[in-house]
Design a protein around this ligand. Structure first.
Ligand code: ABU
Length: 540
């Protein structure tokens, strides 16, 4: 052997030894007694199963079946209240624990199975009944089944020719959602998230008011466009002004009342002010369910002002849209939504559809194609054997579009419309229960406001801060408690509740109940666990 070959040989041995060490480490991370491959399959590599070998059905099925076992174990743990929500590690420690390197040489299937287990071991269980941290909580099993099928189908939503069933499902679901908003006709699309949905609304509004913009650009606009939104809106509204050339100074923040709802008189005052300056007020964003406080802007009054000044009315109901299902809670919160020109509504939030599933709806049929079509001939031929209106790809500013419909369609089939209504009512009732429980323990908890949605805003009082008057200085100290207590939650892994400051107060907790897994007992656990973890916190 030449010296070079010997070096190569030693380096190869070293790689193998390192790999065995890492494999053992990953196996110990993922735990014993968990799904294992037979050695006949575990020692195979990617090119010994489908699609590389036609005669490898059995091996492929065994590999995938064990992966599915890993997924099913995870689903079981997510729903087990005795399991932790997370195994928190600092990023540096996590990097050392995991083998995330990409190697020159392939790894065997048994290693890939261990990788799957280790990945889920350290993933936060966002479907755990004690996870109250985000707007999207929970793990809807039927929607999950839909997502798994979607992955297997692995298609793109831009043309009917490659996604016929899914395109028809989109049409059915989106029409149903438009009807629930209160429109008989219109246009809709699924977008990658609420922020992009809001951007679609902005683009359609500008196109509707200034149809020449598409070809002529800025020269077709007769002045500086101004948009309006409440000071509690989602930041994506402001980003529309930046992305679309208005500049964020021309996204005007309208003051909100003490509960976070836009004040219509302030909107009208600001519209007049900008008109007097020669600007072109053209777009108002009303929020139905603000991210932090869960506030609903008064839609009917905002619609009156939009009509009076000929402005497009968009409703960002990404969060609160689910309440359209509920006869009990829809009014007065969403009264007037039917007067909007466009509506964003994210099923992946209140409705519990798996991430991500975000929709945007328009009152005007054909507006998306008119606004966004570029007529790329390689995809959207007009002489196809079917009606090309079933091709949705030219309605959007992206080209490829993920299939986000099947998991929602299947979930809706499973629950029925009445099931979604029951879910909405249940989530709201649980939030009311939480408010009651907080009020029953005034020494330990301070409710900041009566919620309109499932966002419950409050402070936790450790022993140090009990029995002293509530003033601005105490609020600052309560704000410091939030960060400390959240840290303890993460370290203990037993609970996750979000906190943030807003423009009126320092840090406070925002609890979200949007998971179908949550019960009254979980709400009681949440409050007692906060007290267990936080009672001895001391702040300056
Ligand atoms: N607007 C995205 C959701 C943010 C949240 O979960 O709090």
């Amino acid at each position: 052997m030449s010296k070079l070959t010997l070096d190569g040989f030693f380096s190869y041995c070293k790689q193998i030894a390192e790999h065995i060490q890492l494999s053992e480490r990953m196996a110990s991370i993922s735990g014993q007694g968990t799904p294992k491959l037979t050695s006949a399959v575990g020692n195979l590599y990617y090119d010994s199963i489908l699609p590389y070998r036609e005669d490898a059905n059995m091996q492929t099925r065994e590999f995938l079946a064990r992966v599915v076992d890993v997924l099913l174990d995870f689903v079981q743990k997510v729903n087990d209240r005795n399991e932790k929500i997370l195994e928190f590690k600092m990023p540096e420690e996590m990097q050392k624990l995991l083998d995330l390197e990409l190697h020159d040489e392939p790894l065997p299937l048994k290693q890939l199975l261990e990788d799957c287990k280790a990945t889920l071991k350290y993933q936060v269980k966002t479907g755990h009944p004690h996870f109250f941290n985000q707007l999207s909580c929970g793990l809807d099993v039927i929607s999950l089944a839909g997502e798994w099928l979607t992955a297997a189908a692995n298609t793109n939503m831009f043309t009917y020719e490659i996604a016929p069933v899914f395109i028809l499902m989109e049409n059915i679901v989106l029409e149903k959602m438009r009807n629930m908003i209160g429109w008989k006709t219109g246009d809709s699309i699924l977008a990658p998230g609420g922020s992009v949905s809001n951007l679609y609304a902005f683009l359609a509004a500008r196109h509707h008011k200034f149809p020449q913009y598409k070809e002529k650009g800025l020269t077709s606009i007769p002045g500086h466009l101004v948009m309006f939104t409440s000071d509690q809106c989602h930041y994506s509204v402001k980003s529309c002004a930046s992305v679309c050339g208005l500049g964020t100074d021309y996204c005007v923040c309208v003051p909100s009342d003490e509960r976070g709802r836009m004040i219509p008189a302030q909107l009208e005052r600001l519209v007049r002010y900008h008109k007097d300056k020669g600007h072109v007020p053209f777009f108002v964003n009303a929020t139905s369910g603000t991210t932090v406080l869960g506030a609903f802007d008064p839609l009917s009054e905002i619609a009156d002002i939009c009509e009076k000044y000929d402005m497009w009315m968009h409703v960002d109901a990404a969060w609160g849209g689910g309440l359209l299902f509920s006869k009990k809670y829809r009014h007065p919160r969403l009264t007037g939504i039917e007067r909007a020109d466009s509506v964003t509504w994210n099923p992946h939030k209140l409705m519990g559809t798996l991430l991500q599933c975000s929709t945007v709806h328009f009152k005007y049929e054909g507006i998306l194609l008119s606004c966004n079509a570029m007529s790329a001939e390689y995809l959207f031929m007009t002489d196809k054997i079917y009606d090309p209106r079933f091709d949705t790809g030219d309605k959007v500013i992206q080209c490829g579009r993920h299939n986000d419909i099947f998991k929602l369609w299947l979930q809706w089939r499973g629950k029925g419309t009445s099931g979604f209504e029951r879910l909405m009512d249940r989530l709201m009732e649980l939030s009311e229960y939480m408010v009651r429980r907080i009020k029953e323990q005034p020494d330990k908890f301070y409710l900041i406001l009566e919620p309109e949605l499932v966002n419950v805003s409050f402070w936790y009082l450790p022993k140090q801060l009990r029995g002293i008057p509530h003033d601005a200085n105490k609020e600052i100290r309560l704000g410091k408690v939030c960060a400390k207590l959240k840290g303890r939650m993460m370290q203990s892994g037993t609970l996750m509740v979000g906190y943030q400051p807003d423009d009126r107060r320092p840090n406070f907790f925002r609890n979200i109940i949007s998971s179908a897994a949550v019960t009254e007992k979980d709400v009681d656990f949440l409050l007692s666990e906060m007290d267990r973890l936080g009672q001895d916190i001391v702040v300056e």
